[in-house]
Ligand binder design. Structure first.
Ligand code: GDP
Length: 173
């Protein structure tokens, strides 16, 4: 088998408080759509998208918590085998920003140290921001994380987030 034929699959978990845009981000990236009233299905599920980096085919499997963020029962199967992680908060939700460190700890407790990225979603609502850019950048620095400001709604920087994670993962294998 030649190298180009080897498929690499990466399980990516998208974590953060409810309503920051996790499901929307997965929908946007994998299906290219944004629906305001997208209703989540019950239980653990994932969508996937194939990308090519350095002529390697990468299959990104993006796992959605399906709104069950607070229920430990789904936690184990959700995190099992995760190889990369998006830590997401919302521009309009201060609590979601303050919860990032605890989400990071939670992921690390479940799967150890994996490539992670910090994402501030809903940047289209910047006029209604509940935090300033200085403190978001400070957090990214403190946690040693690459930081992206996204708008899933306007499709800003969403692709970059996952491309970064895939690239980071490839450097480890
Ligand atoms: P989750 O609970 O983290 O999965 O969040 P959802 O994906 O269900 O999104 C919560 C709400 O935020 C929905 O009404 C989305 O349409 C909305 N939303 C998601 N991303 C964006 C964004 O980038 N900008 C704006 N304005 N709304 C967004």
């Amino acid at each position: 088998m030649i190298e180009e034929d080897i498929e690499i699959a990466i399980k990516v978990v998208v974590v953060g408080n409810g309503a920051v845009g996790k499901s929307s981000m997965i929908q946007r990236y994998c299906k290219g759509i944004f629906t305001k009233d997208y209703k989540k299905t019950i239980g653990v599920d994932f969508l996937e998208r194939q990308i090519s980096i350095d002529s390697k085919d990468i299959r990104l499997m993006l796992w959605d918590t399906a709104g069950q963020e607070e229920f430990d029962a789904i936690t184990k199967s959700y995190y099992r085998g995760a190889q990369a992680c998006v830590l997401a908060f919302s521009t309009t939700d201060r609590d979601s920003f303050e919860a990032i460190e605890s989400w990071k700890r939670k992921v690390e407790a479940e799967v150890g140290s994996i490539p992670m990225v910090l994402v501030q979603n809903k940047i289209d609502l910047i006029d209604d921001a509940k935090m300033d850019s200085e403190e978001t950048e400070k957090l990214a620095k403190k946690l040693h994380l690459r930081f992206y400001r996204t708008s899933v709604k306007d499709n800003v920087k969403v692709d970059d987030v996952f491309k970064y994670l895939a690239t980071k993962y490839l450097k480890l294998i």
